[in-house]
Design a protein around this ligand. Structure first.
Ligand SMILES: [Ca+2]
Ligand SMILES: [Ca+2]
Length: 198
């Protein structure tokens, strides 16, 4: 009797088992494209030159300080940040000496792979085009640029410069032009008032 009930029970369960298996199979198939679309497990870090508040900034006056912050770097890890003359780096290249007037800065990333903004160059700055490179001190080759673990300014990645320091005379010219335009505006509005009075 018990054996009969058991057989009956198993017989009733067979369709349910088949349906459950089918559902699991379909769910696996539907999840497959999602799994293959997962982001790169080792995303490349990025550096950004900025102001003290962490707003991206690429053009500096010689009288300003250059700040940098990094995102997507190796977590809780030491990096050496170097300002170099504008160049194009390939993975495996030796990291050039710091640009004149700059020094290498040590930083440690937080649990999210983030650091900064920190000052990497205090004024007075030397006019020119520069790149910023972060050399990981725990992975890759120290002193060499490793694209998998290191990060450089993202603008450098597209073959451009990381940041630019405007020459004094350019800044002076812009200021002179601004004063000129402002004076011209005052003159025009004054003239307009005089004409009105006449
Ligand atoms: Ca390295
Ligand atoms: Ca560059």
């Amino acid at each position: 009797m018990i054996a009969l009930l058991g057989r009956q029970l198993r017989k009733d369960l067979i369709p349910q088992i088949l349906i459950t298996t089918l559902v699991i199979l379909l769910a696996s198939i539907s999840l497959m494209p999602i799994a293959s679309a997962e982001p790169d497990p080792s995303p490349k870090g990025m550096l950004f030159s900025s102001d003290p508040a962490g707003n991206k900034k690429e053009v500096f006056l010689p009288s300003e300080d250059v700040y940098v912050y990094g995102v997507g770097l190796v977590k809780n890890t030491q990096y050496k940040i170097t300002v170099i003359d504008d160049t194009t780096m390939m993975s495996g290249d030796i990291i050039p000496s710091p640009a004149s007037g700059t020094t290498i800065t040590d930083v440690t990333t937080d649990g999210n792979g983030y650091f900064g903004p920190i000052v990497i160059w205090s004024n007075p700055l030397t006019p020119g085009y520069y790149d910023i490179i972060a050399d990981c001190q725990t992975e890759g080759n120290i002193g060499y640029f490793d694209r998998e673990t290191d990060a450089e300014d993202t603008i450098e990645a597209s073959g451009k410069y990381g940041f630019f320091v405007i020459p004094e005379y350019t800044a002076g010219t812009i200021l002179a032009l601004a004063v000129c335009f402002a004076s011209f505006g005052v003159y025009k509005s004054t003239k307009h008032i005089i004409h009105k009075k006449l």
